[in-house]
Each structure stands twice: as C-alpha cells, then as structure tokens.
Design a binder for this molecule. Structure first.
Ligand SMILES: NC(=O)c1ccc[n+]([C@@H]2O[C@H](COP(=O)([O-])OP(=O)(O)OC[C@H]3O[C@@H](n4cnc5c(N)ncnc54)[C@H](O)[C@@H]3O)[C@@H](O)[C@H]2O)c1
Length: 257
C-alpha cells in the first residue's frame, strides 16, 4: 500500500464547469497539480483561455470548450470534444453555480424568473452534465462525479430560497446518481461553507453580515480557495475508491451546530 500514490491523478481526464475563476479554478488547479489533464470551462471564451494557461502552468494538457451549462448543445459538445481530444473522461466536477440578487429575499418576494434561473444553472445544469458525461465516465476505470453544493444543501439559509432549493436538490440527486451508477462510477457531493469569491463579494463588503458569518463558523473565518481543492482531489482519486453517495461538508464546522 502506498497512500500518496492513491492521490496521483496522472493519466486522468477531468472536466470542471465554472472552472475559470473562484472555487472552480482552484479545483482545476488542484486536479492539474496532481497530474490530471483538466478542461476548465465557463461561458466566456477569454475566461476559458486564461484558465487554460493557469492549468497548463502545472505541466498538464488542457482544452478550450466555452460552455453554458444551461445549453444542451454546449454541454454535449463539451464532453464530446474532451473525449475526442484525450480519449475519454474520468472525472467531472459540476461546480458552475449562481446566486443572483434577483433570487434573494423573503420567500414571498422572490421573483419567479430568478427562482427558475438559479434552479436551471445549479441543479438542472449539473444534472444535464451528468447525463451527457455518463457514457464516458462509465468507460473509465476510475469514473468519479463530484457535484459542488453548499451548506445551503444541508441546512436552511435565510433569504436564499432558490439557492437552498437548488443545493438541497443537488445533494439528493447526487445520492440517487450514486445508487444507479454503482459499482462502475462513484458520485459524491461537496458542501462548502463560506468562501472568499465573487459569489460572496456583496456579503463580505457588508461588515455586519461578514462578521455574523464569521461568528457563526466554528473555525472563525471564511475558507481559503485552496481548502476546497484538496477535498475534491480526494474524491476524484483512488484514495476515495470506497466513497460514493456521500456529502463531504467543507464548512469550517458550520453544519456541526
Ligand atoms: N463562494 C462560496 O462561499 C460558496 C459556498 C458554498 C458553495 N459555493 C458553490 O461553489 C461553486 C463555485 O462558486 P464560486 O464562489 O467560485 O462562484 P463564482 O461566481 O466565483 O464562480 C462561478 C463560476 O461558474 C460559472 N458559471 C456561472 N453560470 C454558468 C453557466 N450557466 N454555465 C457555465 N458556467 C457558469 C462562472 O462563469 C464562474 O466561472 C458554486 O456552485 C457555488 O454555489 C460557493
């Protein structure tokens, strides 16, 4: 037994949606630093090109396929082009996610279009990617699907109802996928707590709100981006070969309360 070798992702091909900034880019770099070929994608070509340079700086291959996860044709092309270029797909990280102002507020005030938009990106988008990736992951020796949810997938968060609905849905559907895809492909979900990214920029600019989050978090701080990469590398790797259908909270203790 050589445990460090279990974390080696050399020869694996990984796709990371929303992989061009924030948590997704940190995950893409984490996978690349352990040897995987990584395709980081989002909607904007210039963002994708910049992320590819970051990934390639780790000495691995990459590919530009700008993709909107709400678009069936885009998602199909993402997986087809990745498999054509590299001969298969072993790891898919569904990280693309949104939580716009139009979807925030008390339940009675939430705009229906904002609600549908959040569900379409965060839940339907991840499911769409899982569907299109299924055949490729099934052909892999170490197929691993990792969906990025949130503490909002495990407990309630005030004024974030569409987001919480989408993330609870994502936790549940990942467990269901794990059952249908076992024993060939593992499927797990990661539930981050609060991380310093653009998604939480407004929250962090509001001193009272930021402090209330820090006070609510047993580890007393927001997560650093790199603290999300390691858990995803673990779930992608052979170190997690007996782990499927689970939700790994990376939340500084938020959901322990
Ligand atoms: N930041 C946090 O505190 C936090 C906490 C818990 C969970 N999360 C989750 O982690 C994931 C990443 O969050 P982040 O904070 O890095 O956000 P971010 O806003 O910095 O990055 C989100 C990424 O998703 C992409 N994206 C958005 N809509 C897309 C679409 N339709 N198609 C393709 N790509 C799309 C964006 O271009 C961007 O690359 C999200 O799923 C989010 O819900 C974040």
């Amino acid at each position: 037994m050589n445990v460090p070798d279990q974390f080696d992702l050399s020869g694996r091909i990984a796709v990371v949606t929303g992989g061009t900034r924030g948590i997704g880019l940190a995950i893409a770099e984490g996978l690349a630093s352990t040897g995987a070929t990584v395709v980081p994608t989002s909607r904007t070509e210039s963002d994708v090109e910049a992320a590819i340079q970051t990934v390639e700086s780790h000495g691995v291959d990459s590919l530009a396929v700008p993709t909107d996860v709400t678009d069936d044709d885009d998602v199909r092309a993402l997986f087809e082009q990745t498999a054509d270029a590299f001969g298969g797909i072993d790891v898919v990280v569904n990280n693309a996610g949104v939580n716009p102002a139009s979807a925030l507020g008390r339940p009675e005030n939430v705009d229906p279009e904002g609600y549908d938009f959040v569900l379409d990106v965060n839940l339907r988008g991840a499911f769409r990617c899982a569907q299109e990736a299924a055949a490729y992951l099934g052909e892999s020796d170490g197929g691993s699907l990792i969906n990025i949810a949130s503490v909002g997938g495990l407990v309630g968060l005030p004024r974030q109802h569409p987001y919480v609905a989408s993330k609870h849905g994502l936790v549940g559907v990942t467990k269901s996928i794990a059952l249908d895809w076992a024993p060939d492909v593992r499927a797990n979900v990661v539930a981050p707590g609060y991380v310093a990214t653009e998604l939480t920029a407004e929250v962090r600019e509001n001193d009272t709100l930021r402090q209330s989050i820090v006070d609510r978090t047993p580890l007393d701080r927001f997560a650093d981006l790199a603290e999300l990469a390691g858990p995803v590398v673990f779930l992608a790797s052979d170190a997690a070969s007996y782990v499927t259908g689970t939700c790994l909270a990376v939340d500084g203790g938020w959901t322990a309360r």
